[in-house]
Every structure is written in C-alpha cells, then in structure tokens.
Design a protein around this ligand. Structure first.
Ligand SMILES: Cc1ncc(COP(=O)(O)O)c(C=O)c1O
Length: 425
C-alpha cells in the first residue's frame, strides 16, 4: 500500500472543529464569489428545453461534451492570443475530466511504471506528490526562483541522469507554471522556451513530456498573460496542458480538461473509461451554456477583482507584521491564491514547532512548507503556504496579526514597529 493519509486532511479537520480559527491552510475557493444566479439561469436554460434536458441528464461520452470541447479550444486559444484557425489543436485533442486532479492521476496511470522518474519543482503541489508515490514513481526535484523552475538546474539534472544511464527512466516534468501552488510564482517566458527546448533535446530514446498544470492561470491580478508552454509546442508532441473550472468558477462542478498530444488521447480515454466512462455530463452542459453566453468571462473578471483586493489587503497586513528587518520573506503573487512565507534560518514552521502551536492558540492555520517538498529530498522546515482565497478581508487582516503575535511568542525577534512609529522614524 503506497498511499498515505494526505497531510491536508489534518488541516481540514482543524478548520471544521475550531469555528474561530481563520484557516489559511485549505486551498478552497471563496464561496461568496460563486455565480449562483448565473448558474441557476444556465440550469433553467438547459432544463427548460426538453431535448437539451434529456441530453444533459443522459450519460455523456468518455472524452466529454463535444460543444464544450470546442469552446475549451477557443478559450485556450484566446488566452494564448492565437486565432483558432492558426491553432495546432482541435476538440479531438481535448479530454474533459473530473477536475484536473483526475487528469493528473490518469496520465500517471497511462505513462508510469514503478521506478520511472518524474521531475517536479521544489516546492510543488503536494497532492501530486501523493499520486506519484502511489504509482511507485521516483520523484526528483529542481529548485525555483522568482522566475519559476530554474531550467539551468533542470538541464544539469538531466545531464547527470544521462551520465548515470538513467535518462531513459525520465517520463515527465511537472510544472504549475502560473501563480504556483504553493509559492504564487510563475514561470517566465524565457524559461518556458528553455523548458520545452530541454525536453526536446533530452528525448533521445523515449519522449519526455511536460505536464503543464495551469489550474490558476485565469486568476491574474496584474501584468500581461504569458503564453502557455502548450502554445509553444507547435507539433503538439511534448506538452499536456491541464486546466480546470474549479478555481475560476466553482469546484463543486468538479470539471477539468486537458489538451494533449493526439496519441495520448486514446490511452487516457481507455483508463478514464475504466474509472467512470465520462465526467458529470450535466455539469458539462451547464459549463457549455456559461461559456457560450459570455457569463464565464465576465465572472472571471469579477473574481479577479475580488481576489486582487484580498491579495492587496493580506500582503499589506503581512508586511506590517513582518518587516524586512525580521528576516521573513514573503512573495507578492500576481495571481492565484497563495503567499509563500520564508522565515529566517532556525525559525521552524513544521508540525510540532512552537510557531505552529502558537498559531493554533492564536486561531490561525497555515500549511507548513515542508509538506510541499517530496519525501527523501531536501525539505526546508522554515516556510509556510498561506492561502488568501477563502477568508474575508477583515479575517485576512486579523490572520496576519495572529501570525505576527504567534511568531513573536515563538521567538522571532520583534518584527516591526507599529505603522505610525515607522512613518515618523
Ligand atoms: C495546482 C493544482 N492542480 C490541480 C488541482 C486540482 O483541482 P481540481 O481537481 O478541482 O480541478 C489543484 C487544486 O487545488 C491545484 O492546486
């Protein structure tokens, strides 16, 4: 049995048991943003037409509702600034999945044998590490900086594996390349090109794939969008782009999708057939309506406004608590839902640490950064993932204050002067 209890369960339980607790741990979506009226109108539209209603309530196909797949291609092309006529992709390259999570698992089932190698960012989306462990995969990691995964370090790792005769076991590079969970960082344009170049170059005996997990792509609060790695993969050979409607719309619909090399579609569908022979068909018909009438796009714009305000409040409140002099470093994400905190050397944030205990006493919770690193590799114990998705702006201000108090009581030196005093100073 390779499947361990995921650490996130502990944090979910804490959040449910202590009502006064402000949880920055679970990566949930803000329920206040859900487009309830719009989804109801879409449901009425589907159910109000007897033929449409019967089609939506019937089983769908394993690959997914064809009109929705068309709209998905158009949407991704629009994000990438490509005219659909110029795209090297069509609805045949799309598979609709039960959340993007299902795709992450399915692709692993299709591709990996025990002992195969997958390379991820360090830190990375820890739920994916669980999938890799359950499939018996060896996970190696590459560090990140402000521009995302350090592709020169990946080059060195691949060269080392080649020298050791292990290059043939490398199947896939996994990147959460927009506003990464957990750091909030994105992969720069130059590194996207370099990454694709590397997988092409090192695909000697077998093809190495990039799994581009763009779950947070549409939650951008500033700056210009960057083209997906998929859009650079002109012969549709090396990149699987996984996206989802969970973050930009509603996770309750649990609908994700992937654009992938054509030769992978069949094998993925065979495995998906074994799992469920098709994701929730009704949800797909609703999404098709929401995309058709422009409601989805309008909603994403509103959502970004709401999250941008939260991010601004949270980052400002955190900076008030943790001045630069405290040695604490914080990311200021341009999108997504996560701030990454790095405490100075020696200030522990892990399970059982004085800081985590103090946070629980104060009533605030975060995910210890160590969970975001694979077991067996280097696991820094001084970091934390802070999700600003669910809490209200008032709660985010209060959460930052509680984190500050907890840090001081756990021994971090006096972190900041009160705002006024600093202004005068
Ligand atoms: C990076 C990343 N990928 C994939 C998922 C899976 O989301 P879903 O299955 O709801 O699409 C999540 C959810 O938190 C995520 O953070």
């Amino acid at each position: 049995m390779q499947t361990a209890e995921p650490p996130i369960s502990y944090f979910m339980e804490q959040a449910v048991e202590n009502r006064d607790l402000i949880s920055l741990a679970a990566g949930l979506v803000d329920g206040d943003t859900f487009p309830v009226a719009e989804v109801r109108a879409a449901a009425e539209e589907v159910l109000g037409n007897p033929d449409a209603a019967r089609a939506a309530l019937q089983y769908g196909t394993t690959q997914g509702h064809a009109p929705l797949r068309d709209k998905i291609v158009a949407k991704v092309c629009q994000l990438d600034g490509i005219a659909p006529a110029d795209a090297h992709l069509s609805a045949d390259d799309v598979v609709v999945t039960t959340g993007s999570q299902q795709l992450l698992y399915l692709l692993g089932e299709v591709l990996f044998d025990p002992g195969d190698i997958v390379i991820t960012e360090a830190p990375s989306y820890f739920v994916y590490h669980g999938i890799l462990a359950s499939l018996g995969v060896r996970t190696l990691t590459v560090p990140m900086d402000g521009d995302g995964l350090i592709t020169d370090a990946l080059d060195e790792l691949l060269a080392r594996l080649e020298s050791a005769g292990e290059l043939e076991r490398v199947r896939l590079i996994y990147t959460v390349d927009y506003f990464q969970n957990p750091t909030g960082l994105s992969l720069s344009r130059r590194r996207r090109e370099h990454l694709l170049d590397l997988v092409r170059r090192y695909s000697r005996r077998q093809r190495i794939l990039i799994l581009e997990d763009a779950a947070y792509r549409e939650l951008r609060y500033e700056g210009d969008d960057v083209p997906s790695i998929k859009s650079l993969d002109a012969d549709n050979r090396h990149v699987v782009l996984a996206m989802t409607f969970s973050k930009p719309l509603a996770p309750g619909l649990k609908t994700g999708y992937a654009l992938m090399p054509r030769d992978l579609v069949g094998p993925v569908l065979r495995f998906k057939g074994n799992h469920d022979f098709g994701s929730n068909n009704f949800a797909q018909h609703l999404l098709d309506r929401l995309l058709a009438n422009g409601i989805y796009e309008r909603h994403v714009r509103r959502l970004c406004d709401a999250y941008r305000a939260k991010r601004d409040v949270f980052v400002t409140a955190l900076r008030d608590e943790f001045s630069a002099a405290s040695g604490v470093r914080l990311t200021r994400p341009k999108g997504g839902m996560y701030v990454w905190l790095e405490a100075p050397e020696g200030f522990e944030t892990g399970m059982g640490s004085p800081f985590l205990k103090a946070c629980l006493r104060e009533g605030v919770l975060y995910v210890p950064g160590e969970f975001c690193y694979v077991e067996g590799g280097p696991r820094p114990t001084t970091q934390a993932r802070l999700c600003f998705g669910v809490a209200t702006t008032d709660q985010l201000r209060e959460a930052a204050r509680r984190l500050g108090r907890a840090a001081r009581s756990a021994g971090l030196p006096r972190l900041s002067l009160p705002r006024m005093a600093r202004c005068r100073g």
